[in-house]
Structure formats: structure tokens, C-alpha cells
Design a protein. Sequence first.
Length: 296
Amino acid sequence: MTPDTKARITLRAMEQFVAVAEELHFHRAAARLNMSQPPLTSAIRKLEGDINITLIERGNRVLGLTPAGKRFLEEAYETLRRAEQAVTATQDVAAGRSGLVRLGYVGSSLYGRLPDVIREFRTSHPEVRLELREATTAAQIDALRDETLDVGVLIPPLAKAEDIEQTHFDSDRLCMAIPKDHPLCSRPTLTLADLSEAPFILWPMVEGRGFHLQVIRLCANAGFVPRVEQEAYGMHAVLSLVAVEGGVSVVPESMRGFQADRICYRSLPGSEAHFDLVLGYRHLSPAVEAFIRSTE
């Protein structure tokens, strides 16, 4: 073999050489490989011929490995190990046991079942990397379309989102959020109509159309149109402004523990205050499919 000639060695040839090298006996090595001895002897001679190097010292029996054979054994071990790893890694990706899931979520979902879902998925799929990103429903839809997110926790209805698959994830209700020192907080009972004169803090309709319109409808049913003094992106931002007495709001009831020392939360009765959260996705990799199954 000339120096620029590349030998093509199969994994099977390496496995056969390893068996002979470990057994130092062709008959035992052949039995281990579930083959007869003559084909094994021929395979080793072909391997040595392919690389033009003697690997095994022979007399009337196998005497041992040549220095080159000892080095080839080390390389064979590593090659076979890496080949096994490649197969296992490929199988893990195909089965959703490894890979990447980029998960978006609206802020309020962190106060529902999402933390438990994340914890359980990380325990059951430790080789899957789970990247989390808080974003509004509209921002998540854009990210799903440009494939910078794989799945999102969204608040429906989703406008012009026929390309987004949806499955139910969680449920919540709306409640009133009022600064703790506001006079309304001292009332033993409070209705949404009592907030008619107060300045409201809401989020832009383009960032969560369904949620925004639900609040507007609740206010309309209570006999007033909310006077929106300020808009904020994300529920944490809305509540932070309520906490510093920037106004009142209507927010997910699951968040009523957020800055509870500064915010007074009051429930809203009736089915109109109920809303759902869904998982939204477009393309399912095995890892994303495994995540979605884990939420069922």
C-alpha cells in the first residue's frame, strides 16, 4: 500500500481483530463471534493486507500482538466505542430522549402548572436541553413562525394563526388588581364597576388580542369603558406598575401572590372571567413531541 492509499476498514473487521487480540486464540475468538475459524483467519489476514502491517505475531499459535497491533487495538477500542455512541445518540434523538426544546410562555403560566411540567420533563428527559423564554402571545406566534421557538404557552383566541397547532394546557381566571393603599381596597365587597373611575394599566391589544378583548368585554358588561392610562408589555410589568400605584388592572388570578404586600387582589365571579392557556406549535421534532406528550 503506497503512503497516499487509504485503507477502508469496516467496523466488523475491527470487532474481529479485537476478539482475536483479547482471546489470543483464533478458535476461541471465532466461537465468541459465532463464526468458524477459517473465515476469521482469512479476515484478519485481509485486514493486515489492507493496511500492509502485521498486527499479530504467529507461530504454531498466536504469540501476541506486534507493537503496531497493540496500537491498532487501542484505536479499534476507541472507534468501536464512538460508533456505539453515534448509534445511541441517533436513537436518542429519534426517540425524543435528547435534543433541544425552545419553550416560550406568557408570564402568568409560571403561576399555574407550568413549573411542575418543566420539573417533571427535566427529570424524565435529562438529555433534552430545555430553553425557556417569557414572551407575549403575539411575540411567541412570530417566534414559532420564524422557528426561534419550538412550542409556546399561549392565551387564545389566536388571531390569524391557522398555521399554529393548539392543544389545551391549563385554565385560569381573571381578577382585579388594585394598589394596596387605594381606598377601594378597604371595601369589604368590590365589583368591577367600582373601578370605572380608576386609571387602568393594560397591555397592547396587538400583544394579546383575545386576552385584551376579554378584559374590555368584562368592563363593558360592568357598564364602563376602562380609561387606559398606560400600557405595559407582559403581566409582570403590568403588576409592577399597579404595585407603584400607577393604576388598577385585571390580571390572571393565578398571579395573586405577586407583590401581595403592595397589591390588593379581588376575585371576579362568573364564567366570563375564565380563560384557557394552550400549547402552540408548528413543527414537531421528536424532543418537542416528547415534551407535548409529557403535558397530557
